[in-house]
Design a protein around this ligand. Structure first.
Ligand SMILES: [Zn+2]
Length: 439
């Protein structure tokens, strides 16, 4: 049995939604929280490691529910931890890379907990040539089984998969792992009626449920089609959120207990990255550059009003997120880290956009902690309570007063192991070199 780690004197925000608890004591043993109380003045048992956390705030470690790790490379793993992200879920990448990376992390490599879905399950023809096509419902069911056999924690359905295959894939998953979708050909509303558990990307997945006729994406079309994104952005500007159909859609999210991951930070044409974030986007520069070149040349057509259009569309998506939230739906934080989304930084951007959608600071924090853990079907994550994995942040400021405090981290604790975020960040910056050897 390892020696306990005792954090005392901290103001505890446990992530479950209750009021902060002052002078809290958190006892951690063998990577789990074993006790939480207010006995901060209790004697420290011999052999225990103690952190005097007076003047600090504790929150659960953050969860990014939508990442593409293979695009940013395993060298970026410490960067997630440096920015307070203790769990990531990969929603589209090669199974061998993901299972191998998880093995390295379990063997002690520095980085967050890694959950994964494996490759997209897409229709025929697939969205990109590089994606394997799934021809028909039986193939979709087999694809689900292949991923489950390889240890997948989720199933990710993709944009050209038709309704009958979506239904069969959900049946094949059989409530063993959550099924989520970046959909297009299949309406989000039909997928929800078929029992899907999550919807990714507010921009894309609900689009055909909301867009006026003339903007709707025809079956089989994808983000590889020229002008695709701007058509969607224009369509959102005209979407009517007051219609009975819109209200029914929002109600469906709530009734079916669907997790809505809007990835508002993903906004083609308007990625407002500051200099620090730009410096880290060079991670795995070869892959990133290829993705960006292709999307700029084809599906995204630069124009003088592109930035403004993207921002206006994001405003409409924030309205939609606000409506789902007000109705009692589950909003969760995810980023699509990969193309144009620097690891870790992207989640903090997303939290800012969720705040702009009308969520209180507590609700924003829950979107990246307890609510995210619900979406992952992981009841051992997302809060600081006895029995949970010991993933938590010690902050220098109160995040309920200012969300920016979530970047002001004194200590990151992952699986009971404390890390200094400044050291991790410096380490990540050193690793921040492209395959050509240049930073
Ligand atoms: Zn994605």
């Amino acid at each position: 049995m390892s020696e306990p780690l005792i954090i005392h004197g901290v103001t505890l925000i446990d992530g479950a939604g209750g009021s902060p608890i002052e002078h809290a004591r958190i006892v951690i043993q063998a990577g789990s929280v074993t006790n939480v109380d207010q006995n901060s003045s209790a004697a420290i048992p011999e052999g225990a490691q103690a952190i005097d956390a007076r003047g600090l705030w504790a929150t659960p470690g953050l969860i990014d529910t939508h990442v593409h790790l293979s695009m940013v490379g395993e060298a970026s793993l410490p960067l997630f931890l440096a920015l307070g992200i203790t769990t990531i879920r990969d929603l589209g990448g090669p199974l061998d890379f993901l299972s191998e990376t998880r093995r390295l992390l379990e063997d002690g490599a520095v980085g967050p907990r890694l959950l994964y879905a494996g490759p997209f399950i897409d229709g025929d023809p697939p969205t990109l040539q590089s994606i394997e096509a799934t021809a028909g419902p039986d193939a979709a069911a087999r694809a689900v089984q292949v991923r489950l056999d390889a240890g997948a924690d989720a199933i990710k359905l993709y944009s050209t998969l038709p309704p009958e295959s979506v239904r069969r894939a959900i049946q094949a998953a059989d409530h063993r792992v959550p099924v989520t979708g970046h959909l297009g050909t299949t309406l989000a509303s039909d997928a929800m009626k078929a029992g899907i558990n999550g919807l990714e990307h507010a921009l894309a997945t609900p689009f055909n449920d909301f867009a006026p006729e003339e903007h709707r994406t025809p079956p089989g079309q994808s983000w590889e089609t020229p002008g695709f994104w701007q058509n969607q952005q224009r369509g959102w500007l005209k979407a009517d959120f007051t219609s009975d159909k819109a209200k029914a859609w929002v109600q469906l999210v709530v009734e079916r207990d669907v997790s809505f991951c809007p990835t508002l930070t993903l906004s083609p044409g308007s990625n407002d990255l500051d200099e620090e974030q730009r410096s880290f986007i060079r991670f795995a520069v070869v892959d990133q550059a290829a993705v960006l070149r292709r999307s700029r040349a084809r599906s995204f057509q630069p124009s003088p009003d592109a930035v403004q259009l993207a921002r206006q569309a994001r405003g409409r998506l924030q309205e939609l997120v606000g409506l789902v939230h007000e109705a009692g739906g589950r909003i969760i934080a995810g980023t699509d880290t990969g193309p144009m989304q620097p690891p870790g930084f992207a989640l903090h951007r997303e939290l800012g956009y969720l705040s702009g959608a009308g969520l209180s600071n507590m609700e924003v924090l829950r979107a990246a902690t307890s609510r995210a853990a619900e979406a992952l079907w992981r009841d051992d994550l997302g809060t600081i309570q006895p029995g949970k994995r010991a993933d938590l942040l010690l902050l220098r400021r109160d995040p309920l007063a200012d969300l920016g405090a979530l970047r002001d981290i004194e200590r990151v604790i992952h699986d009971g192991q404390p890390y200094d975020p400044a050291t991790l960040l410096a380490q990540a910056a050193e690793e921040n070199v492209g395959q050509d050897g240049k930073p």
